[in-house]
Design a protein around this ligand. Structure first.
Ligand SMILES: [Zn+2]
Ligand SMILES: [Zn+2]
Length: 291
């Protein structure tokens, strides 16, 4: 006699319920798989659009068209050797490489920062498309723009290839967004060979949103919010904190101090963009040289 494995008339209600639950689970899994296949098919059918101007771009090419790429706001040179803030008139007046003064509050362990772009215009739009538009396929392209700066700071902090440590989200924010944009960037930088991915930090719930918050409140928001996961590999000495945007540095400082407590000696931070801060003697925060 052929045996189906499932009795057509289970003796008990519990078994029947169990079979129903299993069937529902199988149906849900099939629906999920069908949903993913439909999404992939949709992506293949819909022409890719430029992040900046929405004109069509090749699906396997850069996510910004050539014109928008040429308009990305690059950070001006010369920059502060520590925090990458464009120095504008200060450097011109001094006639030599000077520090900007806004990074004096940084802890000793945080030695360098790099970012290719200012957080404005098309660079800001690209960051928002990744973070809020959930345009995850942007991350590898953004990371490729960050890689030269990451390699430059890696050679400055020493200790071999640094661990790439993404700024973590709280578990609730991660669930809400579905992914961590900093994690996507760090993973893509690791894929480019900058260093190994180090998912070492967690973020405690609480603390307000950083978006739109300034100065001391930003620092208070992140103070004591990060902790190192158990099982840190031996010999962790240098790290690059990876984030999408460097604003006041409050988040990078809090992460660097947490890593220092766990034994890291030298930490840098790399982001896709950074905000510009007003400098003494230069009321324009653009960092542009003025007569
Ligand atoms: Zn465009
Ligand atoms: Zn500086």
């Amino acid at each position: 006699m052929k045996h189906s494995g499932i009795s057509p008339r289970p003796a008990g209600g519990r078994i029947e319920r169990g079979v129903k639950v299993a069937r529902v689970a199988v149906r849900a899994r099939r629906l999920r798989l069908a949903g993913r296949a439909a999404a992939a098919a949709f992506d293949a059918l819909v022409p890719a659009a430029c992040v900046g101007c929405r004109r069509g771009v090749a699906p396997d090419g850069p996510p910004l068209c050539a014109l928008c790429r040429s308009r990305l706001p690059r950070l001006a040179n010369p920059r502060c050797p520590r925090c990458a803030q464009p120095l504008g008139n200060i450097a011109a007046a001094a006639g030599e490489l000077v520090r900007c003064g806004t990074c004096e509050e940084w802890p000793d362990v945080l030695v360098a920062a790099a970012a290719p772009f200012c957080f404005e215009g098309l660079a800001a739009r690209t960051v928002r498309a990744l973070k809020y538009g959930r345009w995850r396929s942007l991350a590898p392209w953004m990371a490729a723009r960050m890689a030269p700066g990451a390699e430059a700071v890696a050679s400055r902090i020493g200790g071999g290839a640094p661990w790439l440590v993404p700024v973590p989200l709280t578990p609730a924010r991660r669930r809400e967004r579905g992914f961590n944009q900093a994690g996507e960037l760090a993973r893509a930088l690791a894929d480019l060979g900058v260093g190994p991915l180090g998912l070492f930090l967690d973020r405690r719930p609480g603390g307000g949103r950083q978006a739109g918050v300034r100065g001391a409140l930003r620092r208070a928001n992140v103070q004591g919010r990060f902790l190192v996961r158990a099982g840190l590999p031996d010999g962790c000495r240098s790290a690059i904190i990876v984030d999408d945007v460097l604003t006041t540095g409050a988040t990078a400082i809090a992460c660097a101090e947490t890593l220092a407590e766990a034994g890291f000696r030298s930490v840098a931070t790399v982001s896709f963009a950074r905000t510009l801060r007003p400098l003494d003697g230069d009321e324009s925060p653009t960092g542009a040289l003025r007569p």
